[in-house]
Design a protein around this ligand. Structure first.
Ligand code: ISE
Length: 342
């Protein structure tokens, strides 16, 4: 069967997803495009062979739609994800799952009550070969137990309206998920330090920021998030184990030796370039899993689930409190097992 997909929201990410689905994902047809801008929707529909549906809920319910990719702005997610649950359609929702922890938990519970795993959250780093390798090293135990993570997350530039809280909710959220993914445990406290800002910062933007996470077993993670380096897109993670360390994201694919005494290689300009393979693998895995679920009636999500979106929302909310207070903020999640099926 061909999985007929609606893409909601065709800004930067949605357009990239629609094109990846249409041109580089097997077993998929993009049938419906929705966007608040009719011209934009028409443009992407034209290039992907889809039709435009102007109402997002109608797009989700459409007969020629089996599954949905949500790339609309965060505040629209809650209603749209709930509509996917109501119509029983698998959905890949870009982060954030919703904009606050309370509504994310409501979604976790609604999906659990339905008894069908329909929601995957777009934490695409889990599909990046290097992160998957690192998770493999943790799982194999070959270097002993992991103890620490050192992370750097640098963007070349952000929009002028990108503020301090967005550094946490939009950028640091990836390290929240990476920490939970690599260590396989929840984050229990967060602290955010704000060093002297880069001169291009403004009143509402503390940049860079320095976050420290503690996890259930007492492991620690430090993260530098610097979203206006003016240089390039760099995401690095070093895991320190009992018997060694592993570093990823060095961009060491090809090392060039050029001018005398100079060596180096290309650095990626933005996250689409750096994580292109992860985004494409994520969509292919999600499409394969959705086709299988629809054919068998057994709905299972192997990627990050609604619970992962919820846990990230809880940590980010605490992160914003930590940012504003300068204090260590403890985090309490309900027991996942207390919501059977979550
Ligand atoms: C963006 O939304 C992403 O997901 C990128 O991975 C991140 O680096 C960037 O800071 C975010 O704005």
């Amino acid at each position: 069967m061909t999985l007929r997909v609606a893409v909601l929201g065709v800004g930067l990410m949605g357009t990239y997803h629609a094109e990846t689905l249409a041109n580089r994902t097997s077993g998929v047809a993009v049938t419906v495009i929705n966007d608040f801008s009719p011209e934009r929707a028409q443009e992407v529909a034209h290039s992907t062979g889809a039709r435009v549906v102007s109402d997002p809920l109608e797009a989700i319910a459409a007969d020629d739609v089996d599954a949905v990719v949500i790339a609309t702005p965060g505040p629209a997610h809650e209603k749209q994800v709930l509509a996917c649950l109501e119509t029983g359609k698998p959905v890949l929702c870009e982060k954030p799952l919703t904009t606050d922890a309370e509504s994310s938990l409501a979604i976790v519970k609604a999906e659990a009550e339905l008894g069908k795993q329909l929601i995957q959250v777009g934490f695409m780093r889990r599909y990046d070969h290097e992160y998957a390798h690192l998770r493999g090293v943790v799982e194999s135990g070959e270097l002993g137990a992991p103890l620490l993570l050192h992370c750097a997350h640098r963007n070349k530039a952000t929009h002028p309206h990108f503020d301090s809280e967005m550094v946490v909710k939009d950028a640091l959220v990836h390290e929240v998920d990476v920490t939970r993914f690599l260590f396989g445990e929840e984050i229990t406290a967060v602290r955010i330090l704000t060093p002297a800002p880069v001169s291009t910062s403004h009143e509402n933007l503390r940049d860079p920021q320095f976050a420290i996470f503690e996890t259930e077993s007492g492991r620690m993670v430090d993260v530098e998030v610097f979203v206006n380096t003016g240089i390039a897109y760099e995401v690095r993670t070093e895991a320190v184990f009992e018997r060694g360390s592993v570093q990823i994201g060095l961009g060491m694919g090809a090392v060039h030796k050029t001018a005398p005494g100079v060596w180096g290689g290309p650095v990626t300009a933005d996250f689409r370039e750096r994580f292109d393979q992860a985004y494409a693998s994520q969509l292919q895995a999600w499409a394969d899993q959705s086709r299988k679920a629809i054919a068998s009636g057994n709905y299972v999500v192997n990627g990050p689930r609604a619970w992962d979106g919820y846990a990230a929302a809880v940590v980010c909310e605490a992160g914003v409190r930590a940012l504003n207070s300068g204090e260590r903020v403890a985090i309490e999640l309900p027991e996942r097992a207390s919501i059977p099926g979550a």
